[in-house]
Ligand binder design. Structure first.
Ligand SMILES: [Zn+2]
Ligand SMILES: [Zn+2]
Length: 154
């Protein structure tokens, strides 16, 4: 499986997240950082359960599910990660630092998931929702289909 687009290294993204938290007065606790780091190391879609299991192995101790969910909620609130609504899988955002809707291409065969970096789509969606007085709580758009490697030859 091909890795999803990464314009920044995991290291640089972590540093950026750190700086953003400081600027916003948000606490980037060791647990929150650990979860984000884990997701950046393998930027495909992961379930909360899978993340927790990996984290437990890494930290060599048992974790309470709320600990992990709280960390994920924080990362989502900061716009560092997104959650796919169809599978409830979490993904690190590939362009953190600006509020936006996650727009994803999801391959139904191999699971490869790519985040589109297209601000016109996100902006149009926000404007459309606003025009209806609609408040978006989970700004994720998923396009399901087959990736370049899985699609049938034309
Ligand atoms: Zn994003
Ligand atoms: Zn595929």
């Amino acid at each position: 499986m091909k890795a999803t687009t990464d314009s920044h290294s995991a290291e640089a993204t972590l540093e950026q997240a750190d700086a953003l938290c400081r600027k916003r007065g948000a606490r980037f606790t060791p647990m929150r950082r650990e979860v984000f780091e884990l997701m950046l190391a393998e930027p495909g879609p992961r379930s909360a359960y899978d993340l927790m299991a990996t984290l437990e192995t890494r930290l060599n101790r048992r974790l309470a599910p709320p600990t992990v969910y709280r960390a994920l909620d924080f990362l989502m609130a900061q716009g560092f990660i997104h959650r796919l609504e169809s599978t409830h899988a979490y993904l690190p955002c590939m362009h953190i630092g600006h509020a936006h809707h996650g727009v994803y291409l999801v391959c139904e065969r191999c699971g490869q998931t790519v985040e589109l970096d297209d601000h016109t789509i996100a902006t149009r969606l926000e404007q459309g929702a606003e025009a209806h007085g609609f408040k978006v709580s989970r700004p994720v758009v998923e396009l399901h289909g087959h990736c370049g490697e899985c699609r049938d030859p034309a």
